[in-house]
Design a protein around this ligand. Structure first.
Ligand SMILES: Nc1nc2c(c(=O)[nH]1)N[C@H]1C(S)=C(S)[C@@H](COP(=O)(O)O)O[C@H]1N2
Ligand SMILES: [Mo]
Length: 322
């Protein structure tokens, strides 16, 4: 689906995304891995070739990639997106999710929708994210650990899912829960976090035009397991940990829900967790970030999406958010 007009999430100039990287044309990133090409373009040819060998860079098997002709963003490579992950259920090393999630069963998959909704029940992925509503969106991902990527997702607007299940007037928040399967998830056999992984949004945040439920990436219909197959939240103005993976339950509730990271370290990880360069993590600065694999950049308020989301936080104390 080719974008007919420029949409809000397309509005970040590539000069802001990676000041130090080259401007890639669509053809280049259709076939190759753009972030790698971007990094490589800064290096002499022989160095680029040896880094490519070292990194075992592969051509992503992308289908018809339809991001819109006007987009000129340098994506992170398929390799970066699928081998440098946080998914603690499969281990805490960045390489663990890719290494340990191969046996994770994502078919069949059902999602329980419960609480303050007119249409509670057990839904399939296809019920919640039907193919005819699927679109591609390129978003920045900014981890609270101060690294970032630019990722091309495929999926549906979260508001489409919300409108299908029809929340009641009492629904003030949405809570999400990840699958918990010790037999398939080696990481949950240790009490690293309070499993199952849980996250939540205020209902207006969930209905914001940017909130997205990914079912695929890089022009492919399915997500790799390490990225949260088969269904994973993407809220690009918030720190990465809000992007809960492999969702099995969605609850509409009246009170602000329990979230795993807030419970584990309340003064380090807040419920809102909006990207904010002015509020440091107690143990490190949030002013800048490492744009993988080779970049550095200033962190933007709301990760660059202030225009679409700042209005939701009018009157709240910015300095108090973690
Ligand atoms: N269930 C679950 N979801 C999760 C995590 C996790 O450990 N478990 N890690 C979060 C963090 S900290 C980040 S930065 C993103 C990383 O997403 P990616 O690996 O697809 O880039 O997933 C988030 N979602
Ligand atoms: Mo993260």
């Amino acid at each position: 689906m080719l974008y007919k007009k420029k949409r809000p999430w397309d509005s970040i100039p590539s000069s802001e995304i990676t000041p130090e990287s080259v401007y890639l044309n669509r053809r280049q990133f259709m076939g190759a891995s753009a972030a790698f090409a971007a990094g490589a373009a800064l290096l002499p040819g022989s160095a680029a070739a040896s880094i490519r060998r070292l990194r075992g860079q592969q051509e992503p098997e992308v289908g018809e990639v339809t991001y819109g002709e006007h987009l000129r963003e340098d994506l992170n490579s398929y390799q970066d997106v699928t081998t440098y992950n946080n998914f603690y259920e499969f281990g805490t090393d960045k390489r663990d999710p890719a290494r340990n999630s191969g046996d994770f069963t994502t078919e069949p998959w059902t999602v329980e929708v419960e609480g303050e909704v007119h249409k509670p029940g057990t839904y399939s992925v296809e019920d919640l994210a039907p193919a005819n509503l699927t679109e591609d969106r390129i978003y920045r991902l900014r981890c609270v650990e101060a690294w970032s990527m630019v990722i091309p997702w495929r999926g549906v607007g979260l508001r489409e899912i919300i409108s299908r299940v029809e929340p009641t007037a009492n629904a003030k928040y949405v809570a999400f829960e990840t699958a918990l399967r010790p037999a398939e998830m080696p990481g949950v056999r240790r009490p690293v976090l309070d499993w199952p992984y849980r996250e939540g949004l205020r209902i207006d945040e969930a209905a914001n035009e940017l909130a997205f439920m990914a079912t695929g990436l890089y022009g492919q219909d399915d997500l790799p397991n390490q990225n949260g197959a088969p269904l994973r939240l993407v809220v690009p103005w918030k720190y990465g940990f809000k992007n809960i993976k492999s969702i099995v339950k969605i609850s509409f509730v009246e009170e602000q829900p329990y979230t795993t990271w807030q419970a584990s370290a309340p003064h380090e990880y807040g419920f809102y967790a909006n990207v904010n360069p002015n509020v440091d993590h107690p143990r490190w600065s949030q002013a800048r970030e490492r744009l993988l694999p080779f970049g550095r950049r200033e962190t933007d308020m709301f990760n660059g999406y202030a225009e679409q989301v700042a209005h939701m936080y009018a009157g709240m104390d910015l300095a108090r958010w973690y």
